[in-house]
Write a new protein. Structure first.
Lengths: 248, 277
């Protein structure tokens, strides 16, 4: 199996702060890979560095066998799309769903926009009735569905997911996670997913990397994590914390 | 156990351009010197219930209740002046995000001292001593340094500890914590809960813990009130959560992914109109 994403010795520096300190990882084609860690661990920065939203100071990123340079070309964004954490912040408040979905199509010069928009909305379970609504007329879960539709409309092979459900209620979270799993299965997508919630990562991903302070702590398979076969104390702490409060 | 707080048929209504919106629709429960969790999703009215008890409902909203008493005092009947004397002194509230709930232009120490001196006549030196002691009680290692820091100079966990210190310094009998740990990292979350737990049980306070996280609440509280669409759908002991009757409670418990339980797809919650009837 070939690798979809290979990251080697990646460093990201903001002013003097080293957000990523030489992180390496390999995501196989068709795999769902998780990044777990607390705030400031660099997990989101890693995703942003891949899409070109964070300044890379050293290290290499290779996507589908192509080494990325300083800028990303259009072909890259056809292959790699991202879904952000906050559906309230990532959709333009003054554009209709239709307009939001048309933008990527216009940028990439797709002709059959009409059909694609209908299909994308259908795929995320929204239907045509949502096409001419504004973001503020939708619930949080519906907005995240629109964001997923926008990511899927270019038919990418890799989806970067940055805490896609942490702003949603638990019941809506379940619906969105199910939707993501379904589109991954149907389209054979590769996921690179960030979350602070170990339960979500073990549910969605086959392998994962635990991060802390801009460094990789360890790489595990989901079943290793479920079986508590972990080496690092930090991972053990995270596992304990995810079981809820225990009175001393 | 004599009730510290009695709530009977509490209603909070907001006038909007399109008519009246009832955020809280007839909520009843009582609180002793215990830890009570109020759980619900966004829009369930859990926060508005807490705010109504605290007296922080926006002025345009209407509140009614058959009974809303704290230690025998009718909270809806007293003057706003008396209400203000209760607030912060005998009833305190911790909010979700210390970034927004602390005053950004005042040092942490001064904010704590301000709370204390509003409710008690103490000298400046004594207030400072007590504030430092309180910062130590919330396990801040270097209280003297933190005392002079401003909120933006501390981490989220530290800010929330400072908030707890500020709320507990006047020795309240009842504490309302509205999502006190949702903005914090999981490991910090447990530290903060630990501190809260110790202080509440040491001081014999009544605690209302408002949260969207049913599992967290049930591991922390003695009793849980589950709210849906402005109403209480179920009240039960936290230890008996597994035997919850209402389909909403069960659905909420079920739909969360759990480590070691493989369920694909996750069960989703089927909302029934009769739940909110």
């Amino acid at each position: 199996m070939t690798a979809a994403i290979v990251v080697e010795g990646l460093e990201v520096v903001f002013d003097r702060f080293r957000a990523l300190k030489g992180v390496s990882l390999e995501v196989r084609e068709g795999e769902s890979y998780g990044l777990v860690g607390e705030s400031g661990s660099g997990k989101s920065t890693l995703l942003r560095a891949i899409t070109g939203l964070a300044p890379v100071s050293s290290g290499t990123i290779t996507v589908n066998g192509k080494r990325l340079g300083k800028s990303r070309d259009r072909a890259f964004y056809r292959e790699v799309q991202m879904v952000f954490q906050d559906p309230y912040g990532s959709l333009h408040p003054r554009q209709t769903v239709d307009r939001l979905l048309q933008e990527p199509l216009a940028i990439h010069g797709f002709a059959d926009g009409e059909r694609r928009i209908e299909r994308a909305l259908d795929e995320v379970g929204l239907g045509k009735g949502f096409r001419f609504r504004y973001a503020h007329q939708l619930s949080g879960g519906q907005r995240q569905r629109v964001a997923i539709a926008r990511a899927l409309i270019l038919e990418p092979s890799i989806l970067l997911l940055d805490e896609p459900t942490s702003a949603l209620d638990a019941s809506v979270q379940a619906e969105v996670l199910n939707l993501l799993e379904e589109v991954r299965r149907r389209r054979k997508l590769t996921f690179l997913m960030v979350s602070h919630d170990l339960a979500i990562i073990t549910h969605m991903c086959e392998r994962l990397m635990v991060m802390q302070n801009g460094e990789a702590v360890e790489t595990l398979t989901a079943s290793q994590l479920i079986g508590h076969r972990v080496d690092a104390d930090y991972t053990r702490n995270l596992l304990r914390a995810s079981e809820g409060f225990v009175r001393a | 156990m004599s009730a510290l707080l009695d709530v009977e048929d509490l209603r909070v209504t907001f006038p909007t351009r399109t008519g009246l919106i009832e955020a809280v629709r007839g909520v009843s429960f009582s609180l002793g010197r215990e830890r009570l969790g109020i759980v619900g999703e966004s829009g369930s009215g859990k926060s508005q219930t807490g705010r109504a008890i605290m007296g922080l409902t926006p002025p345009q909203a209407r509140i009614s209740a058959n009974k809303l008493t704290f230690d025998g005092i009718d909270l809806l009947g007293v003057s706003s002046r008396q209400r203000r004397a209760l607030r912060g002194n005998r009833i305190a509230m911790i909010l979700q995000d210390p970034k927004y709930s602390l005053d950004p232009v005042m040092s942490i120490g001064r904010q704590i001292v301000e709370t204390l001196r509003t409710h008690e006549t103490v000298t400046k030196a004594e207030a400072r001593e007590r504030a430092l002691a309180m910062l130590e009680a919330v396990q801040i290692r270097d209280p003297k340094r933190v005392f002079d820091l401003h909120p933006h100079e501390v981490s989220g966990g530290m800010g929330q500890r400072a908030m707890i210190a500020m709320m507990l310094i006047a020795g309240p009998e009842m504490l309302i914590a509205d999502e006190p740990t949702s903005a914090l990292d999981v490991t910090v979350q447990l530290d903060v809960l630990d501190i809260l737990d110790k202080l509440v049980s040491e001081r014999g306070m009544g605690l209302i813990f408002i949260s969207h996280d049913l599992r967290l609440v049930s591991s922390f509280c003695d009793r849980v009130v589950v709210m849906y669409a402005g109403k209480v759908v179920e009240q039960l002991k936290a230890s008996e959560l597994r035997h919850a009757q209402h389909p909403y409670t069960r659905g909420l418990l079920n739909c969360m992914p759990r480590i070691g339980f493989e369920r694909h797809p996750l069960p989703v919650l089927e909302r029934k109109p009769e739940w909110s009837a």
